[in-house]
Design a protein around this ligand. Sequence first.
Ligand code: DGL
Length: 280
Amino acid sequence: MNESRNVVVEAPIGVFDSGVGGLTVARELFEILPYEDVVYFGDVGRTPYGGRSKDIIIQFTQQDMAFMLEQKVKFVICACNSASSVALEEIKNDYDIDMIGVIEPGAAAAVKKTRNNRIGVIGTQATVSSNAYAKIIHDVNPDIKVFSLACPLFVPLAEEGYVEKKATYMIARDYLKTMQDVEVDTLILGCTHYPLLKHVISIVMGDEVTLIDSGEETARVALRKLADDNLLNPASSQRPAREGERRFYVSDVPEKFSQVATRFLGKPVDNITRVDISKY
Ligand code: DGL
C-alpha cells in the first residue's frame, strides 16, 4: 500500500494517540504553531495501547493513520509513545506523507542533556519492551547507559487528576527508586501522560535530574520540519493572523474525553465528533 497524495500547505496537521494523552503533545503544538489547523484523533474506545501486543498496536495504528489521511492532513504526528515505539518504523514507508513519532525527539534531547551518560526512560510496558528509546540513543552514542522502567499506574493517575495526592507520591517513590539507584542524570518521560505528573516526578527524582518531555520536543521538531519543507500555513504570516481551527475526533462517547481534555489543556474543548474507527 502506498497512499500517494498532494500536500496542501493550508491543510491541517494530524495528531493521533491511543486516547486523551496525546493532548499533552497537541498542547505544545497549539502553543508553538497557533495558526495551524489541527485534527486530533484519540482512540478512546480502545485505549490503553500500552499493555497490548505488537500486532494489535500495529493494526490500530494503521487504522488511526487511515483516518488521518481521510482528513487530508499535510503532516502527521503519532503522539502515542507506545504506537511510536512499536508500530511507526513498521508502517511509515507505507504512506506518502511525512510523519513523526515522539521517540526520536525525546531521545535526541536526552542525549544532548546528559552529563554522566546515564539516561532513564519511563513509559508503558509496550514502549519499554520495544527498547525503542535505547536503540536511538545508542545509534548516537553507544557509550550511554540506558535504564528503562514501565510505570503503568501513572496513566490512570494522570487521567483521574490524581496529581498532587499522597498516593501518587508513594507510587512515584516506589517506581522511581530504581532510577535513583542507578544514578541517571536525565529521565525521559516516555509516555503521553507523564508530563502531567512532572512536578511529582521532579520532586521524587530531585533537582539534579533533568526531565525530558517528549511531547515538547516533538512539537519543536514538527515546527522545524514544516518550516524546512515550506509547509507552514501562509495564514501564520498574514496580519491579523487567524487562530488555527482545532477539531477533535474520538472512537467512543466524547464525554469522558471532554472532561479529561479540559484538565489536560487547561480549558474546555468543543468540536468533538465520534467516529467508528473499525471502518478504517
Ligand atoms: N498514549 C500512551 C503512550 O504514550 C499511553 C496510554 C496507553 O497505554 O495507551 O504510550
